[in-house]
Design a protein around this ligand. Structure first.
Ligand code: UTP
Length: 295
C-alpha cells in the first residue's frame, strides 16, 4: 500500500529554545529564509505524501497562516515584475499538500499527540515527521526512504542514525540485528529511552522520522487508559513493545539531520544551509572564512 498521509506533531512547549519559542512556535523558527516546518512539508511532498495533519495547540496559528494564501501580499507582489520569483515561492507553499490541523488540548507528550491523529489515519499506515527535526536530503528525502521500507515489509519503521557515545543518554538506544541481508534495514527488538551507560545496546537512536502501522493507534489508546494521571506515555515504549513482537524495523536513513529543538541545532542548520544557499552561499562562505581567522 502506498503511503500518502503524514502527521507533523508540533504541539510541544519548546522549553529548550526559550525565549525564542515563547510566542513563535519553534517549528516556525527560521533556517535562512524558510521556517523549519516548511522543510518538513517539502520533504513529505517530495516523498509522495499528499495529505498532512499538523498537531498544534494554543499560539500556533501562525503555522496555519504560513501554509495559506496571503492575498494582500500576493496582490502587492503581482504588481511588481521584479518580485515575480518571490511571488512564485510564496504561492508554491500553499500547494505543497492538503494540510489540515488538529489541536492537542493538553501537552501530554508525543504519544498522546499522535493519538489526536487517529481519525485522520483512518486505519492506514502514516508517516510521522517530528516537528522540530529537519532532515535535508534533496535527492532522496528521508521520510520517503522510510515509506519505501514500510511498503516493502509492512512493519512499523523507525528512522535512526548513529549518535556520539557521550550523547546517546539524551536520546534512546536500540537493540538491533541484521535483517534479510539489507544494508540499512535492521530488525529492532528493544528500545531504552535515555539509557544509562550500562544500558546502551547500540548507538542508533530514533531521530525524528517514523512510519507507523495502524495498530500503533490502538496500542496508544489502550496504554493511555492505563497510564496514571500526570505520567507521560512514551512513544518509544510502544515501539519497544512492537520490537518484542517482531513487528518493528529500524532504518538508518540518509540525510543531514538538524535538531531545531535546541540552540546549537538551530545554529548548525542555519550555517550549513546558508553555505549552500544560491543567493547568499558565496558571500557567507567568504564571511565565515574571515571570521574563523579571528578565533
Ligand atoms: P519534544 O519533546 O522534542 O518537544 O517533542 P518539546 O516538548 O516541545 O521540547 P522541550 O523539551 O520542551 O524543549 C518532539 C516533537 O513532538 C511535538 C513537539 O512539538 C516536537 O515537534 N510534541 C511534543 C507534541 O506535539 N506534543 C507534545 O505533547 C509533546
Amino acid at each position: 500500500m502506498k503511503i500518502t498521509k503524514a502527521i507533523i506533531p508540533a504541539a510541544g512547549l519548546g522549553t529548550r529554545v526559550l525565549p525564542a519559542s515563547k510566542s513563535v512556535p519553534k517549528e516556525m523558527l527560521n533556517i535562512v529564509d524558510k521556517p523549519a516546518i516548511q522543510y518538513l512539508v517539502e520533504e513529505a511532498a517530495a516523498s509522495g505524501i499528499t495529505d498532512i495533519l499538523v498537531i498544534t495547540n494554543r499560539g500556533k496559528g501562525v503555522i496555519e497562516d504560513h501554509f495559506d494564501h496571503s492575498f494582500e501580499l500576493e496582490k502587492n507582489l503581482e504588481g511588481n515584475p521584479s518580485k515575480a520569483k518571490l511571488l512564485e515561492s510564496i504561492k508554491k507553499v500553499t500547494d505543497l499538500a492538503n494540510i489540515s490541523y488538529i489541536r492537542q488540548k493538553e501537552t501530554k507528550g508525543l504519544a498522546h499527540a499522535l493519538y489526536c491523529a487517529k481519525a485522520f489515519a483512518a486505519g492506514e499506515p502514516v508517516a510521522v515527521l517530528y516537528g522540530d527535526d529537519v532532515v535535508i536530503n534533496e535527492e532522496n528525502p528521508a521520510v520517503g526512504q522510510l515509506c519505501r521500507v514500510y511498503e516493502k515489509y509492512g512493519k512499523t519503521v523507525v528512522g535512526v542514525q548513529s549518535v556520539e557515545r557521550d550523547k546517546i543518554g539524551l536520546y534512546c538506544s536500540l537493540g538491533v540485528t541484521p535483517f534479510e541481508g539489507e544494508s540499512r534495514i535492521m530488525a529492532c527488538d528493544k528500545i531504552i529511552e535515555k539509557p544509562k551507560p550500562e544500558e546502551v545496546m547500540s548507538l542508533f537512536a530514533i531521530l525524528g522520522r517514523v512510519v507507523i502501522s495502524p495498530e500503533v493507534f490502538d496500542l496508544i489508546e489502550k496504554w493511555l487508559a492505563e497510564t496514571p494521571e500526570g505520567k507521560e506515555l512514551y512513544l518509544t515504549d510502544i515501539f519497544s513493545y512492537l520490537g518484542t513482537q517482531d513487528r518493528l524495523l529500524a532504518y538508518d536513513f540518509e540525510g543531514n539531520r538538524y535538531d531545531m529543538g535546541n540552540k546549537l541545532g538551530i545554529m548548525k542548520a542555519n550555517c550549513e544551509v546558508a553555505l549552500n544557499h544560491p543567493e547568499i552561499g558565496e558571500d557567507f562562505r567568504a564571511y565565515l572564512k574571515e571570521l574563523v581567522k579571528t578565533f
